[in-house]
Design a protein around this ligand. Structure first.
Ligand SMILES: [Fe+2]
Ligand SMILES: [Fe+2]
Length: 472
């Protein structure tokens, strides 16, 4: 059983006490992390007791313990999934060789970049969400927000551990820089575009946790295949936390859909705004926006970087071990989207440089599953509307489709047609103002904002009207 030592200043299952140099580096970083948390973490609520789960061991069954915690006292720690004895590299040029327990010298720079890019997203999302507490739709939702925030903070710890433990002085410099960049900052922005967007309201936040956290799942899952074993084990444990973030997004949007449909049915109207809820057309526009921003995170359709990460054995495919092929892909092909004049089409391409597109395909299929579930809610209320994921080429800023304008149904269109259509496809200023007007805090136990249905059940077997956050 891989228990976590909470007697340590930094809880861990990586035997930190046995590595004085690393311990010193991390103990130096810890107060800077806390400064960042107080400056850029959740605004307010830092002295309130929140019903949070903390990892106490890393095995699948018993890793979480729930208790009231003040966020600055959260036990951020270093947790790796248990080692697989005799693990070998599962793909690429080093297929079958023992997994690396140390950084392979020739891949040092590439590996560091991968870790920094992943690490940068973690504090970024905390920064993006820092204003949300004061407009929470319920104590239940407020607690879930803070749970996600502390865990994203821990994900930062996870990446900083790798940098400090395996990359020496460069690693320590990168650890500092991770606390210095700021989401949306003009001079020192976060590395990836979606993490510089604003998360101004709870609808955007739920969309973010559904679509953008899901990109995180796919990135982490392919890094969990890595031949660099410490990265693999770190990411495997992070995925268990990430699952909760995705749950919050999926059930959160599901609850919005539910509330909207109840009001549509009972009020016999499509215009639920006059009833203080979020109409399905607005929801569709938010889906279009957050989905397209998140698709960009997978990078270009054809990418030599992606091919290199794979052949080097650093980043695998989603569920690499479950795939029945040669795990080298030198002669394999993959179907990639392409532009043919004013049409989108597909073409067989070499599989290695197409790995971004393949991961995006896995992601798209996963996104669709949740949309199907939301549509079942719509249907159950006898409403004849279907929420849809827009075409993958819609409003893209990276890759092939960034050169053209694509409608949600996948037609390459003129600038004029785009300008005429975009207000129907993307959140407008009026939409944003309306959503903002709904963002009135609801903090009484058992009450929920009018625009969102209560959840089916509470957290950790507690009732829905539990006091998830103790307010003064
Ligand atoms: Fe994360
Ligand atoms: Fe997350």
């Amino acid at each position: 059983m891989a228990g976590v030592d909470y007697g340590e200043r930094i809880p861990n299952n990586v035997n930190l006490a046995g590595d004085r140099r690393l311990q010193r580096a991390l103990e130096e970083w810890q107060p800077k992390f806390l400064d960042w948390w107080m400056d850029m973490g959740p605004l307010g609520f830092q002295q309130q007791d929140v019903y949070l789960r903390t990892a106490v061991s890393v095995d699948a069954q018993g890793w979480a313990q729930f208790d009231w915690v003040k966020m600055p006292d959260y036990r951020w720690g270093l947790f790796l999934a248990e080692a697989e004895p005799g693990r070998t590299i599962g793909f690429g040029d080093h297929l079958g060789a023992p997994a690396w327990q140390d950084v392979p010298g020739e891949y040092r720079g590439v590996l560091r970049r991968l870790i920094v890019t992943q690490g940068d997203t973690e504090p970024a999302s905390v920064e993006q969400q820092r204003h949300l507490g004061r407009t929470c739709p319920s104590l239940y939702d407020l607690r879930n927000l803070f749970q996600i925030n502390v865990e994203e903070g821990r994900h930062l710890w996870a990446m900083v551990y790798l940098l400090d433990a395996y990359f020496g002085r460069d690693g320590r410099e990168e650890s500092e820089a991770l606390l210095q960049r700021r989401s949306g900052d003009r001079d020192k922005p976060r590395i990836l575009g979606a993490f510089n967007e604003k998360t101004p309201d709870w609808l955007s936040y739920l969309m973010f946790t559904y679509f953008t956290d899901r990109d995180g799942k796919y990135q982490l899952a392919s890094l969990a295949e890595s031949g660099f074993d410490p990265l693999s084990r770190t990411c495997r444990f992070m995925l268990t936390e990430e699952a909760h973030h995705l749950f919050v997004g999926e059930t959160g949007i599901g609850r919005v859909v539910q509330r909207t449909c109840e009001l549509m049915r009972d009020g016999k109207t499509d215009d639920v705004r006059k009833l203080g809820a979020i109409d399905l057309a607005t929801l569709q526009r938010y889906i279009n926006f957050h989905y397209s921003v998140s698709l960009d995170l997978f990078g270009s359709e054809v990418s030599t970087n992606a091919a290199n990460f794979y052949t080097m054995g650093l980043k695998g495919r989603f569920e690499e071990a479950k795939k029945h092929d040669d795990h080298r892909l030198k002669d394999a092909t993959y179907t990639v989207n392409e532009l043919a004049g004013d049409r989108t089409t597909t073409r067989e391409m070499p599989a290695l440089p197409s790995l971004n597109e393949r991961l995006r395909d896995d992601y798209i299929a996963d996104c669709q599953r949740g949309v199907d579930r939301w549509n079942q809610v719509v249907k159950r209320h006898g409403i004849d509307v279907e929420l849809r994921l827009p075409h993958r080429g819609f409003r893209r800023a990276i890759g092939l489709f960034s050169e053209v304008k694509v409608s949600p149904d996948g037609r390459v269109i003129s600038e004029a047609e785009w300008d005429a259509g975009k207000h129907g496809w993307l959140p407008t200023e009026a939409d944003q103002a309306y959503i903002e007007s709904l963002m009135q805090p609801v903090t009484e136990r058992s009450r929920f904002a009018n625009w969102i249905a209560p959840p089916a059940r509470g957290v950790n077997g507690q009732p829905v009207d539990f006091e998830y956050v103790r307010l003064p």
